[in-house]
Write a protein that binds this ligand. Structure first.
Ligand SMILES: Cc1cc2nc3c(=O)[nH]c(=O)nc-3n(C[C@H](O)[C@H](O)[C@H](O)COP(=O)(O)OP(=O)(O)OC[C@H]3O[C@@H](n4cnc5c(N)ncnc54)[C@H](O)[C@@H]3O)c2cc1C
Length: 308
């Protein structure tokens, strides 16, 4: 029976038992959200070398080297020495500099204590306190003086409700940027098809702006489906006035099924990027495949949320 040591405390787990379950059953206050390895809320630090590969492959090389692992993905196979994650100690502090609500979306800007390295399209975990953290895509570009996030407001959502009460000057903590959505310079002369639902627009508009800054010169077509008017329409339309390569389709979620059936791929060389809720991402994979796009031409990210 492997021992799990946290400071002076020793817990016993059955071989192969899930680490998060063990910790929660023992009354440890470990925050968690998706339980699928996507959200990085249940981070724990083990002694380097103690984390099984499957519990750390989704983390950055720096995090893995420092012994961080995702407890929801960790089977306990041998003794472990753990340290619970504390955002105030382990992450970067940031101050709220503006909060604006547009339709059902909160546009939050924060100033981190020091500049953060990330690729447009990546996401990080925002922590309101040491128990409440969720992953959000970074909507700003590295050169901009703030980090921007687009948070869909949900009346029953713990994080989004707390975020709605944030005021200028409040402090948050930000985890390490991660995720595979990005713009690649090799795509400069290939059409881009960006498909977003709701706040899935956050990373895709960042990628779009990054592509323009890096000299993309093929057409970029963006589709956004939303249950109300597109919350970023004004900003994007202003961008389209400066760049003739851009075309936008702001659509209602009610017409999404039909829109997807009508979707045409401009070229066999198109790169498609998809972002939104898991159902939306799943719904698009097949039509893109049947339209002739190979798996390597489609990059997606699903906003998995807390499982009930
Ligand atoms: C990689 C990644 C990036 C993300 N980026 C963003 C982003 O940029 N903007 C953004 O708004 N969200 C994003 N999310 C989702 C976000 O992390 C939270 O899950 C979401 O904001 C809900 O958190 P909450 O605490 O408000 O709700 P919770 O308290 O976690 O959930 C409350 C209730 O709302 C339901 N619920 C939560 N989310 C959804 C949903 N999407 N659809 C239907 N029901 C739901 C839950 O099932 C639950 O019943 C991302 C998720 C991932 C994994």
């Amino acid at each position: 029976m492997p021992d799990i040591r946290i400071g002076q405390l020793t817990l016993y787990a059955d071989h192969g038992e899930n680490l998060l379950d063990t910790l929660l059953a023992a009354g440890q206050n470990v925050p968690w959200s998706c339980r699928g390895g996507y959200c990085h809320t249940c981070l724990i630090q083990a002694r380097p070398g103690q984390a099984p590969d499957e519990a750390s492959t989704m983390l950055s090389p720096e995090q893995r080297e420092a012994g961080w692992l995702l407890s929801c993905q960790c089977p306990v196979q041998h003794d472990m020495d753990l340290r619970l994650h504390d955002p105030a100690r382990d992450d970067l502090s940031a101050q709220v500099i503006s909060v604006q609500q547009v339709n059902e979306v909160l546009i939050l800007r924060i100033a981190p204590q020091r500049p953060l390295r990330f690729l447009p399209g990546q996401h990080l975990t925002l922590w309101i306190n040491n128990q409440l953290g969720r992953p959000y895509s970074i909507a700003s570009l590295p050169g901009e003086p703030w980090l921007e996030f687009h948070i869909r407001l949900r009346s029953s959502g713990r994080f989004s409700s707390a975020a709605a009460d944030l005021a200028v000057g409040d402090r948050l903590f930000v985890g390490a940027p991660t995720g595979a959505l990005h713009y690649d310079l090799e795509w400069q002369d290939r059409p881009l098809l960006l498909l977003a639902a709701g706040t899935g627009l956050a990373p895709l508009q960042a990628i779009l702006r990054d592509a323009l800054e890096r000299g993309h010169h093929a057409p970029i077509e963006l589709w956004h489906w939303s249950s109300s008017d597109c919350y970023l329409a004004e900003r994007l339309e202003a961008l389209a006035e400066q760049h003739s390569l851009l075309s936008f389709n702001f659509r209602s979620r009610l017409t999404m099924g039909e829109d997807i059936r009508q979707l045409r791929i401009a070229s066999r060389r198109t790169m498609a990027l998809i972002c939104g809720d898991p159902g939306f991402v799943e719904q698009l994979r097949k039509p893109l495949f049947f339209a002739g796009l190979a798996g390597r031409q489609v990059l997606d990210e699903a906003f998995h949320s807390r499982s009930q």
